[in-house]
Design a protein around this ligand. Structure first.
Ligand SMILES: [Zn+2]
Ligand SMILES: [Zn+2]
Length: 478
C-alpha cells in the first residue's frame, strides 16, 4: 500500500468522520464530562475493530483504541471537550447562541478528535497489510480544563509509544514548533466567620479579606519573578452578595506559569507562602487543593520535518465562492493579524512569504502552507500535549479550518467549526497525520532519530501533577 491509498481511504470515508465531528459539535460537553463523545468514539472504534479501553488512569471519559500488534507503536491524540458560554448557531456571521449560556465548540475540538480518529482508521488499513506495528488513538478529555493528558502521563501513559502526533484546528496551515509554558493551578479557600458588618464587626473574620490580601501579596511577588514567569488568578467564590455581612468564606484560583515544571513549582511555593500569610493576618483558616498542571512542550524537530514533508506534498483545499463569502463575513467581525501564523515571525523569509500570501493579513482564508521554521522559542500559553512530549517524541500541526483572524475560544469559532471550510481542514489534517504515520512505520531510521533527539532533550520527567491528585474542576465545593 502506498501513501496515496491512505488519502483515497480518507476521501472515500470522509462522510463518516464529518458526521462524527457534526455529532460532537451538536452535543457540546464541558471538560471531563464528555460522556456522549466518549460513547460515540468508543462505539466507532469497536466497529472498526480497534481494541478499546475506557476509564484510562481513573478518568471516566479517557479511552484508547488500539489496532495491530508489535512495534513500532504510534499514538495519535484526540480531544473533544467544549467551552462554557460559547453556544452559537452554525455558519452564521453574527452572534446568536443556540441556547444562551450553553457550551459550544469554540476551540474546534469536534474537528480535532474526528481527524485524529480518521488518521488512525486509515492507518489501520495499512497495518492490516503490513502485518505488524500498532496504532493507538487516545481519547483525551478535559483539554480546556482538567489537563487529562498530564494526569495520564503522570501515571505512565504514552511511555508505550515510539512517537505521538496530533494537530489543532486554526486559521493557518503550519508546523508547530518551539515550546509552551509549564503551568500549575491550585485553589485556595479561606474560612472565617460571618457577623453583622456594622453591628458586630469585631466578631467577624473575613475570608474575603484574606483572599484580597493574598492577591495583593501576589502583586508584590511579580517584581521578584524570573522573566517569563507568570501569575494569574480569579475568584471562584467571593463570599456573598450582602456587603453588610462579614464574608466568612472566599476561594481564589491561582495559575502560575514558567518555562519548566520546576520553575512553576518554585513560583507556586512562593504563592502558597503568601496564602499562609494572608490567613494569618486575617485569623482565617486556609485549605488548598491541587487542580491541575501541564508540562512545557518539548519540540521534536525530526518529527516536525516528517509532518512538514507530508504537509508540503498534500493538496490544500480549494474553496467555493460561498465559502469565501462566509469567510469574509466572519473575518469582518474579527481583528486581523497582519502576519498570521505562530512561528513565521522569527524568520525573515517565512515572514515575507506569509505577508505576501495573506496579502498582509487581508485575505479571508489563509489558503497556503506557511514555511516550516524550526524553533526552540518559548511561546506564552500552556497545553497538556506538553506532558505527552515528555513521555515520547511528539509533534503537531495547525490546519486552517477557520477564516483568518478567527480568535480562539470565540463564538465565531463555534460558528465555523461545523462549516464545510472546517471539514476540508479536518480532512487535510487526517491526510497529513496518516501519511506521516506511514513514514514512521516505513522508516525505522526516522523513529530512531526522533528518539535520539527526544532522549538528548528530555531529561528525567518531572510531572506537574501532585501524587494522589485526581482531575478536578475548580469552583466546586471543597
Ligand atoms: Zn482551547
Ligand atoms: Zn483547543
Amino acid at each position: 500500500m502506498n501513501k496515496a491509498y491512505l488519502s483515497e481511504i480518507l476521501e472515500t470515508r470522509k462522510e463518516d468522520f464529518i458526521s462524527i465531528s457534526k455529532d460532537i459539535w451538536s452535543h457540546p460537553e464541558l471538560s471531563l464530562q464528555e460522556y456522549h463523545a466518549a460513547e460515540v468514539y468508543t462505539a466507532f472504534l469497536r466497529k472498526e475493530g480497534f481494541h478499546v479501553e475506557t476509564g484510562l488512569n481513573g478518568i471516566e471519559t479517557a479511552f484508547s483504541g488500539t489496532f495491530g500488534s508489535g512495534r513500532p507503536v504510534i499514538g495519535v491524540l484526540g480531544e473533544f471537550d467544549a467551552l462554557d458560554g460559547l453556544s452559537q448557531e452554525a455558519c452564521l456571521a453574527e452572534r446568536k447562541p443556540i441556547r444562551r449560556g450553553d457550551c459550544g465548540h469554540g476551540c474546534g475540538h469536534n474537528l480535532l478528535g474526528a481527524a485524529a480518529l480518521a488518521a488512525a482508521v486509515a492507518i489501520k488499513e495499512y497495518l492490516k497489510e503490513r502485518g505488524s506495528g500498532t496504532v493507538i488513538f487516545y481519547g483525551c478529555p478535559g483539554e480546556e480544563g482538567g489537563a487529562a493528558k498530564a494526569f495520564m502521563a503522570h501515571d505512565g501513559a504514552f511511555t508505550e509509544l515510539d512517537a505521538a502526533l496530533t494537530w489543532h484546528p486554526e486559521s493557518v496551515n503550519e508546523i508547530v514548533s518551539g515550546s509552551c509554558q509549564a503551568s500549575l493551578q491550585k485553589e485556595f479557600k479561606f474560612v472565617g466567620c460571618s457577623s453583622h458588618a456594622a453591628g458586630a464587626p469585631q466578631k467577624g473574620r473575613s475570608g474575603l479579606d484574606a483572599a484580597e490580601l493574598m492577591n495583593l501579596g501576589a502583586q508584590y511577588l511579580r517584581e521578584h519573578l524570573a522573566p517569563g514567569d507568570m501569575v494569574h488568578y480569579c475568584f471562584t467564590n467571593s463570599g456573598g452578595l450582602s456587603p453588610n455581612v462579614v464574608q466568612a468564606e472566599a476561594r481564589v484560583l491561582y495559575m502560575v506559569r514558567s518555562s519548566t515544571v520546576k520553575g512553576a513549582k518554585d513560583v507556586l511555593r512562593r504563592v502558597e507562602k503568601i496564602a499562609e500569610g494572608a490567613a494569618m493576618m486575617t485569623d482565617t483558616t486556609l485549605t488548598r487543593r491541587f487542580i491541575d498542571g501541564t508540562s512545557d512542550t518539548l519540540p521534536n524537530h525530526t518529527l516536525e520535518r516528517v509532518l512538514w514533508k507530508n504537509f508540503s506534498e498534500a493538496q490544500l483545499p480549494a474553496y467555493t465562492s460561498e465559502e469565501w463569502s462566509l469567510a469574509e463575513a466572519i473575518s469582518a467581525t474579527c481583528e486581523q493579524d497582519p502576519l498570521p501564523g505562530s512561528f513565521c515571525h522569527d524568520d525573515a523569509e517565512a515572514s515575507a512569504f506569509v505577508a505576501k500570501a495573506s496579502e498582509n493579513g487581508t485575505r479571508a482564508l489563509n489558503d497556503f502552507l506557511i514555511p516550516y521554521v524550526p524553533s526552540k522559542r518559548l511561546r506564552p500559553g500552556s497545553t497538556d500535549v506538553g506532558d505527552v512530549s515528555h513521555r515520547t517524541p511528539t509533534a503537531q500541526i495547525h490546519v486552517a479550518c477557520f477564516p483568518a483572524g478567527t480568535p480562539g475560544h470565540s463564538w465565531q469559532l463555534t460558528s465555523m467549526a461545523v462549516s464545510s471550510i472546517a471539514h476540508k481542514g479536518m480532512l487535510l489534517a487526517a491526510k497529513v497525520l496518516a501519511a506521516s504515520m506511514y513514514d514512521l512505520f516505513e522508516s525505522p531510521e526516522l523513529l530512531a532519530e526522533a528518539k535520539t533527539e527526544f532522549h538528548c532533550a528530555a531529561g528525567e520527567f518531572l510531572s506537574p501533577i501532585e501524587d494522589g491528585a485526581v482531575p478536578t474542576l475548580p469552583g466546586s465545593e471543597f
